[in-house]
Design a protein around this ligand. Structure first.
Ligand code: ACO
Length: 426
């Protein structure tokens, strides 16, 4: 077996090498501290493999993203979100019968307990929907408190996938003061969500095919992204054997941040500001490049992708197609396209390998659907849900899982004696 050698204080240590199925190399440091007394220092975990996983493969240099081996371009072009959920969680594309059963379950678990509707009334109408999503996802654990058997875990997975879109739609309805619209069993997953978001009891609502397809595509593209911030959070919380709902609730909180899923809201707000300033691209770019301004080009840059983000490529084309099909001209799409061009030709972005990420164009499509910006990250969460569940399940089912507990390098004061209050100087 190949090994890696480490020389520390003139002493040589050997560590096993692990090779992934795509020939990725890792040094197994499981015994690093036990053998050497040292720990690995890797803030932000950019060089740390936190688990072995068979779910999603990314090659950031080549712009490759695959779920369970299937390229994202093929899934985006040929699959559906429900099928992708099954693939991520159970490892294989479903047979026709498996898909029909899964679809049936996702349809017949969409209602939430009637008492849960009261939760939504407790929040101010101005509450950010991500805060409500995280709280209500956690609240599911108070209604479905049998977490321990494989059967109950499987049922809770289905419940969560089915009810999440009802919860997201109710959150939106509450924020705009409209009555909740109940799920419809005759509609597809994406169409039912659009219906719950936009129908009103006063008149019939025809779900748009264009928007249904666009939403399905968006959900597929967001469905998993290996060990990102929110997914690592789900695994971290789940590693203490916290239940599925609690772990997912934590993932929603992590996703909300503007450096992660919250970036899609920030992108639209940034494009709007540029429009309000009369389209002063160059003034804005100067601020982005000036580190003291604290301003970033939102929707640009990625920890892993250093060439292009394949999801952003698909979404850029989809944004143009959807707007064309709907006959909408959104000036923010023009601003986004121009900004991208300026950035891709600017040495600041070229040298740092900064490219549009998934959040750069997704918001344009959410806007075309008629959603307010504060709902964008909720849509991201709905898409990411099967990935979080698959990763949680993989961790939960792996007998080698240990509670996640990183070390630190302490840099504070060394031991000193307590000083009584009267003797402390102002
Ligand atoms: N605008 C301007 N400069 C940037 C940007 C940006 N969007 N992103 C990175 N940089 C610069 C950094 O200032 C840094 O410059 P330096 O080397 O001169 O110090 C360099 O590029 C590397 O950036 P890091 O912050 O070290 O990269 P990291 O991998 O830690 O961060 C992140 C990745 C958080 C995505 C970052 O690129 C960013 O803040 N982007 C904007 C927010 C965003 O779009 N987030 C969504 C990401 S996708 C997702 O989570 C779904």
């Amino acid at each position: 077996m190949p090994t890696a050698k480490l020389i520390l204080n003139n002493q040589e240590y050997e560590f096993p090498i692990i090779e992934g199925s795509e020939n990725e190399i890792a040094i197994d440091f499981t015994k690093l501290r036990a053998q050497t007394g040292a720990v690995a220092y890797d803030p932000g975990y950019g060089n740390t493999g936190s688990c072995l996983s068979a779910i999603t493969y990314i090659d950031g240099e080549q712009g490759i993203l695959r779920y369970r081996g299937y390229p994202i371009e093929q899934l985006a072009g040929k699959s559906t979100f429900v099928e992708v959920c099954y693939l991520l969680i159970y490892g294989e594309l479903p047979t026709p019968q498996q898909l029909a059963d899964f679809q049936y379950k996702l349809t017949y678990h969409t209602l939430i307990h009637e008492d849960m509707k009261k939760f939504f009334e407790g929040y101010p109408p101005t509450a950010h929907p991500m805060a409500i999503m995280s709280a209500v996802a956690m609240s599911l654990s108070t209604y479905y408190s049998n977490f321990d058997t494989p059967e109950s875990i499987d049922l809770n997975i289905v419940r969560l996938l089915a009810k999440f879109k009802t919860i997201a739609a109710f959150t939106y309805k509450r924020s705009i003061g409209q009555p909740f619209i109940y799920p419809r069993n005759d509609l597809s997953y994406a169409a039912d969500f659009l219906h719950m978001l936009f129908a009103v009891p006063a008149e019939p609502y025809q779900v748009s095919d264009v928007l249904t397809r666009a939403l399905d595509l968006l959900l597929i593209l967001h469905a998993d992204h290996e060990q990102n911030c929110s997914t690592s959070t789900v695994r971290m919380v789940g590693s203490s054997k916290a239940n599925l709902f609690a772990s997912i609730s934590a993932g929603i909180s992590a996703l909300w941040g503007p450096l992660h899923g919250g970036a899609n809201q920030e992108v639209i707000e940034m494009l709007q500001q540029i429009q309000d300033s009369g389209g002063d691209y160059h003034g804005f770019m100067d601020k982005v490049k000036d580190k003291s301004s604290g301003i970033r080009l939102m929707g640009f840059g990625h920890r892993v992708y250093k060439n292009f983000d394949p999801r952003a490529r698909i979404l850029k084309q989809a944004a143009h197609d959807v707007l064309d099909e709907l006959g909408i001209h959104d000036p923010l799409l023009d601003i986004a396209t121009n900004l991208e061009q300026i950035a891709l030709n600017d040495p600041y972005f070229v040298e740092r390998k900064l490219y549009p990420n998934v959040d750069f164009y997704s918001g344009i499509i959410y806007r075309a659907m008629g959603l307010p910006t504060n709902m964008f990250t909720v849509l991201f969460a709905l898409g990411r849900l099967p990935g979080w569940i698959a990763q949680w399940k993989e961790m939960h089912d792996d007998p080698a899982t240990r509670i996640n507990r990183p070390r630190q390098i302490y840099t504070g004061a060394t031991e000193r004696d307590y000083v009584v209050l009267e003797k402390r100087q102002d």
